[in-house]
Ligand binder design. Structure first.
Ligand SMILES: NC(=O)c1ccc[n+]([C@@H]2O[C@H](COP(=O)([O-])OP(=O)(O)OC[C@H]3O[C@@H](n4cnc5c(N)ncnc54)[C@H](O)[C@@H]3O)[C@@H](O)[C@H]2O)c1
Ligand SMILES: [Zn+2]
Length: 387
C-alpha cells in the first residue's frame, strides 16, 4: 500500500518563545499563583532569580519546589504531587535541565491521575505548563515523554502521555550561559543523538526529518563554539533551537539503539545522559550502516546538511568520522574505559547490560534489529573503544 494511503499524525505543540529577552514573556500570563519546579543549582547560579524577578514585577505569587535531583526519582515526584494538591497553582513552571522538566511532567501525570480517582473526571483540569530549559540537550520542553526512576527498585519508568506536553516553552540563551563546558559538550551530543537517531528511525516522516536535519546542521555549526566560549550567546541560541527541533523530531519519530545503550550504561555507571549517548552513537551508526536502507538515510541526512561523503567512505562512516572528531575536540571520552566510570565489573554485568539494552523501548524504532550477540559486540566496543 502506498504511504499516502496510511493515516499518520504529527503534533505541533507547544507555543515556543525564543531569543534574548524571551523570558519576559512570563509577565504576559495572567496568573495569580504559580509553582516553580527546579533544583538547588538554579538557585546557586542565580537562574531562579531571573524568573522570580519577572514574576515579582508582574505581581504574581509563587511557591518553589526545588527538590529536583538529576535523573528524577519517584519519591521526589510524590513530594511534588503533595505540593500541587495543597497549593493548587494555576500554572506550573519547570526551570532547569531535563531532570527538572521531567520531574514536573511526572508531577502533572500523577496529580492528574490522583484527581481522577477522587473527583469527577469532567472537572479535572491541569495547570498551564511552562517549560524553561537551562540546558540545550534533552528537548524535554517539546516532548510528551519523561523517564522517572522507581526509588525502591531502581527501574526506569518511561511515561508517555499527551497531558505531559508543555503548553509553553521559553528558550532564553542567557539561561544556558552558566552550563560548564563539559556539560555543554555532553548535553549537545544528546541533541545530535536525538537528531540522527530520529532521522534514520523506522518512525521517521517528512515532518520529523525536516526538524532532525536542521538540528543536525545546527549542532555541527554551533556546539564546538559553545564549548569554547560559554558566553557566545549566538551559538548558545543556535544550540537551544537545535535541541528543541531535535525534541520535536524524536517525539514524533522515536529514537534508536544509541539511546537503548545510553539508558543501560547510564544507569549502570551513573553517567550523565548526554555523555552516555555520545559514547554509544558512533558505534551504533557504524553498526546500522551495514543495512542498505539505513545507509541510504545517513546519505540523505549528510546531503541535507550540505556535507559531501568522505572519499572512499560510506555516509555512515563519514558521520562516524565527523562525530568522533567533534567529541575529541571537546575532550569527551570515546569509550567507557576512557571515561571516569569504573568498568572493572564490565565482564560480570555484560549479560545483564545486553538484556536491558535489548528490552529498552527506544530500540524498537532502530533501523536494524540486533541479535543478542550483535548487542554484546556493540557493548564491548562501547566499553573498550576502537576509534
Ligand atoms: N523527556 C525527554 O524528552 C528527555 C529526553 C532526553 C533526556 N531526558 C532526561 O533528562 C535528564 C537529563 O537532563 P539534562 O541533560 O538537561 O541534565 P540535568 O537536568 O540532569 O542537569 C544536570 C546538572 O546540570 C545542572 N544545570 C542545569 N542547567 C544549568 C545551568 N544553566 N547552569 C549550571 N548548571 C546547570 C543541573 O542543576 C544538574 O546539576 C535525564 O533524566 C534524562 O533521562 C528527558
Ligand atoms: Zn537523549
Amino acid at each position: 500500500m502506498s504511504k499516502m494511503n496510511t493515516v499518520r499524525g504529527f503534533q505541533v505543540k507547544p507555543q515556543i518563545w525564543y531569543g534574548i529577552g524571551s523570558l519576559k514573556k512570563l509577565a504576559d500570563f495572567d496568573y495569580q499563583k504559580v509553582c516553580i519546579v527546579t533544583d538547588k543549582d538554579m538557585v546557586k547560579f542565580g537562574l531562579l532569580d531571573m524568573v522570580t524577578d519577572i514574576l515579582d514585577k508582574a505581581g504574581v505569587t509563587y511557591h518553589i519546589f526545588d527538590d529536583v535531583k538529576p535523573n528524577p526519582t519517584s519519591d521526589i515526584v510524590e513530594k511534588g504531587v503533595a505540593h500541587m494538591l495543597t497549593q493548587r497553582p494555576q500554572a506550573l513552571i519547570a526551570l532547569g535541565g531535563g531532570s527538572s522538566i521531567d520531574t514536573a511532567k511526572g508531577i502533572i501525570y500523577y496529580t492528574n491521575n490522583f484527581k481522577r480517582i477522587f473527583l469527577d473526571p469532567q472537572v479535572v483540569t491541569n495547570p498551564h505548563f511552562i517549560a524553561i530549559p537551562t540546558t540545550a540537550g534533552t528537548g524535554s520542553e517539546v516532548t510528551d515523554y519523561a523517564v522517572i526512576t522507581d526509588v525502591d527498585t531502581g527501574t526506569k519508568i518511561p511515561l508517555s502521555e499527551s497531558m505531559m506536553m508543555p503548553d509553553t516553552a521559553i528558550l532564553a540563551p542567557t539561561l544556558i550561559e552558566s552550563v560548564p563546558a563539559g556539560a555543554t559538550a555532553a548535553t549537545g551530543m544528546d541533541v545530535l543523538t536525538h537528531a540522527i537517531e530520529s532521522y534514520v528511525s523506522t518512525g521517521n516522516n517528512p515532518f520529523s526529518r525536516c526538524y532532525a536535519s536542521k538540528a543536525t546542521e545546527l549542532v555541527f555549526k554551533s556546539l564546538k563554539a559553545c564549548y569554547d566560549d560559554g558566553h557566545d550567546l549566538e551559538s548558545k541560541a543556535s544550540m537551544q533551537i537545535a535541541s528543541t527541533m531535535a525534541g520535536i523530531a524524536f517525539n514524533s519519530a522515536g529514537l534508536g539503539m544509541a539511546h537503548a545503550i545510553a539508558h543501560t550504561i547510564g544507569a549502570q555507571y551513573h553517567m550523565p545522559h548526554g555523555l552516555a549517548c555520545a559514547i554509544a552513537l558512533p558505534y551504533v551508526i557504524s553498526y546500522n550502516g551495514i543495512d542498505a536502507r539505513a545507509e541510504h538515510l545517513y546519505e540523505r541526512l549528510l546531503h541535507a546538511i550540505g556535507v559531501h561523503k568522505d572519499e572512499g567512505r560510506t555516509a555512515s562512516a563519514t558521520f562516524v568520522r565527523m562525530i568522533v572528531k567533534l567529541m575529541k575536540s571537546m575532550n569527551l571520552p570515546i569509550c567507557l574505559d576512557e571515561s571516569r566510570s569504573d568498568t572493572s565489573d564490565y565482564d560480570e554485568v555484560r549479560p545483564t547490560l545486553i538484556k536491558k539494552a535489548m528490552a529498552d523501548a527506544t530500540l524498537k524504532t532502530n533501523p536494524v534489529q540486533p541479535s543478542e550477540d550483535d548487542m554484546g559486540k556493540i557493548l564491548d566496543l562501547v566499553c573498550h573503544g576502537v576509534f
